[in-house]
Design a protein around this ligand. Structure first.
Ligand code: PLP
Length: 396
């Protein structure tokens, strides 16, 4: 019989009842170091006092009013995001896929409103992940996710990641824009080369295309900069955010330059919950923390520490790990043994992580993680390596 909760996920048999900082506590009393952060989402960790206070305070005043009215918390959040980014204007929604949908609509509408209605196609990359709505399945382009869901939404062309000549070849008279993750997350923590991102910017300028950045996973401080594209010294025209933006409260956002944003006029797009007072209070609280002087520099410092420690583990355990990849606190360990075995061994040591493509285990801890907590995680990884090594010796 089907469970009441629809079985759309392969869930571990673990239920958490409480969290504190980087730690999660299970119903049976066990505690886990959370280096998955709810898939790179709990940016301030668990039970962060400032975030909890902001949500509690807002909930006690007003949670939801609808976009029929002004929402001061949303106006403030948008102004802060604009001040901290390339963007001139922000649209709020509730998830990553929804943010990407709005981004694609903005790209298409920009062309339609500037006398180029035939330009609607968007170039995306192999290995990308943009979400699970029908259009975002098409943008993702992964046959496994598309199977069984009927005709694929038209208008997305896929080329190999980090291959600028392939991008040039894919541009046609119907191309409207390009959407790229600066670091592919689900695809296996695959960073775009910085010169590739710069070349995409140049190509978009050359051809009048809109450059869209999917920073749903890589944004909001995850790589030690507020946005990962900043490492390349370029700016996109439009960018989607979600995951860490409100520290675990569901929220998405699209940030855009005026020449793109101005075409999403009243009535052309909308969502009931998008940017409601509660979500915006949460996101403003997250911004208070990550924009505080020195916070992102601290993320970078801890991330360097973690990178070095993981690199040492890779050297010590060449039969298990191939390499460390990623940037900031968006790191992956490419495994030589099935990553599910590695994750299970980590779990047994008390460490939570997330799988990714290309047999990679993702380490995406809360941004508030300390160097000492990284050392604890690495100690667990070492212990798990010994466990895996002795298991494979026993099997041989
Ligand atoms: N884009 C990227 C880069 C993501 O990592 C994800 C989620 O993993 C999404 C889009 C989809 O976001 P959501 O699951 O909130 O719809």
């Amino acid at each position: 019989m089907i469970p009441a909760l629809m079985p759309t996920y392969n869930r571990a048999d673990l239920a958490f009842v409480r969290g504190e900082g980087v730690w999660l506590y299970a119903a049976d009393g066990r505690r886990f170091l959370d280096f998955g952060a709810g898939i790179a989402t709990s940016s301030l960790g668990h039970n962060h006092p400032h975030l909890v206070a902001a949500i509690t305070d807002q909930a006690s005043r007003v949670m939801h009013v609808s976009n029929l009215y002004r929402v001061p918390e949303a106006e403030r959040l948008a102004e802060r995001l604009v001040a901290a980014s390339f963007a001139d204007s922000v649209f709020f929604c509730n998830s990553g896929a929804e943010a990407n949908e709005a981004m694609v609509k903005m790209i298409r509408k920009t062309m339609a409103e500037t006398g180029q209605p035939d330009r609607y196609r968007v170039i995306c990359f192999e290995g990308a992940f943009h979400g699970r709505t029908l259009a975002m399945l098409a943008a993702t382009g992964n046959a496994k996710y598309l199977a069984g869901f009927g005709p694929c939404v038209e208008g997305f062309d896929h080329v190999p990641f980090n291959d600028i000549e392939a991008v040039r070849r894919a541009i046609g008279p119907e191309t409207a824009g390009i959407i790229v993750e600066p670091i592919q997350g689900e695809g296996g923590i695959r960073p775009a080369r910085l010169e590739f991102l710069r070349a995409l910017r140049d190509i978009c300028d050359e051809h009048g295309l809109v450059l869209g950045m999917d920073e749903i996973q890589s944004g909001m401080g995850r790589t030690g900069r507020l946005f990962a594209h900043q490492w390349a010294g370029i700016t996109p025209d439009v960018m989607s955010l979600a995951k860490g933006i409100a520290g675990g409260f569901p929220m998405g956002a699209v940030l855009a330059r005026e020449w793109v944003a101005k075409h999403l006029t009243a009535g052309s797009h909308g969502t009931t919950f998008g940017g409601n007072p509660l979500a915006c209070a949460a996101a403003n609280a997250v911004l208070d923390v990550i924009l505080a002087p020195g916070f992102l520099a601290g993320v970078e410092r801890v991330a360097d520490h973690l990178w070095n420690a993981l690199s040492a583990v890779v050297e010590e355990c060449p039969a298990i790990f191939e390499e460390v990849r990623g940037a900031g606190l968006m790191l992956g360990l490419k495994c030589r043994v099935p990553q599910a075995h590695v994750q299970q061994a980590w779990l047994e040591e008390g460490l939570l992580a997330v799988n990714a493509g290309e047999n990679v285990v993702r380490l995406v801890p809360p941004l508030i993680v300390s160097a000492a907590e990284c050392d604890q995680a690495v100690a667990m990884i070492r212990a798990a390596c010994r466990r895996l090594a002795s298991a494979s010796a026993a099997a041989a």
